[in-house]
Design a protein around this ligand. Sequence first.
Ligand SMILES: [Zn+2]
Length: 216
Amino acid sequence: MSRIVEFEEDSLRVTAVLGCGEYNNNAYICTDTSRKHAVLIDLPAVDGEFLKALQSVVTLDAILVTHWHHDHWAGYDDVRSHTAAPVLVGEHEINIAPERIDRRLADHEVIPFGTGRITALHTPGHTPGHLSFVLGTTCFTGDALFAGGPGHTNTPDELTTLLATIRKTFLPMPAETIIRPGHGEPGSVGETQRGMEALERAPVRYRYGDITWPSE
Ligand SMILES: [Zn+2]
């Protein structure tokens, strides 16, 4: 069963639905200051807790999917049967049946929801069209960046792309920026900055796959 954690971010409310499905995915519902408009980030397997959180939303303006891996859209049919909100994915994302999505999002595109604004960032590496989303001082990073290291990669080229994404997009953010990933616990950009420094100094050349920041 998933677990609900609520927090406030710039007077918006974020409802984190943690540990969904067999891969322990996280989804996030961001609600505006009027408490009437919301966006959903990712569509993992839906259980009773997740459904209750979705049903408390007055108007779901959009469903933002970080990337098109099955564990991030396994709840597609269940969510779609409860809402007509459009499903939006990155313009470079691959392996998607066209009828499943309503619109593509460009890098730096701003998605309004009532009084709220959330910004899509193209963060390739884990997949070619992966998106992360920035809301105030929180960054929803999907499978691009976890609390303990970069996301999973299948080839050396993917790892090179992902590390370039981390340097270009995540490291310049303020150190106190909270990272809320698609799996696992939250982290911070400060931890990522220290982790990347340790990785660059690591004596053994790092390989692709599942990488954790080296201990210092
Ligand atoms: Zn993934």
